[in-house]
Design a protein around this ligand. Structure first.
Ligand SMILES: [Zn+2]
Length: 148
């Protein structure tokens, strides 16, 4: 004869991990992969974070100016537009990014005209520079001179 189980379905209680990871990141816990950026790191790396990301920790965007309203033309231009201009001028996109203090904003801009204005829109960080950065970049590439 069939008996109906009366054992209640048990739901495992949510249990916090016994040991919180030292540093959290989207890929934390995968051996040989940086927990911040996901790039390969040495399997012997005990921290789970690559040296570049470790160097950036706490410094990303340190030199950004946080914009509470979206920076718009004519006073501002997107960083991508400055990168496009760099290519038009015959230098790399990275050349323009370096002038602003690097990809992660961990270094001071080469000149204040290349300061990044960071604006978060729909959870995405958007980077702008002063429109004057276009002329400054052009001058720099063509004459080697930064604005005074
Ligand atoms: Zn990394």
């Amino acid at each position: 004869m069939a008996t109906k189980s009366t054992t209640p379905v048990s739901v495992a209680p949510a249990v916090a991990p016994a040991v919180a990871p030292a540093v959290t990141g989207k890929f934390t816990g995968i051996a040989g992969v940086c927990g911040v950026c996901g790039k390969p790191i040495s399997p012997n790396n005990q921290t789970g974070i690559g040296s570049t990301c470790r160097g950036h920790m706490g410094k990303v965007g340190a030199y950004y100016v946080v914009a509470t309203q979206q920076p718009t033309a004519p006073a501002y231009m997107p960083l991508t537009a400055l990168c496009n201009l760099a290519q038009t001028l015959g230098v790399s996109r990275g050349y323009a990014v370096k002038l602003t203090g690097g990809d992660a904003g961990t270094r001071a801009p080469t000149h204040k005209v290349f300061t990044i204005y960071a604006y978060t829109q729909n959870g995405k960080l958007r980077k702008y520079v002063l429109a004057a950065a276009a002329q400054a970049l052009t001058n720099l590439v063509q004459t080697g001179k930064l604005p005074a």
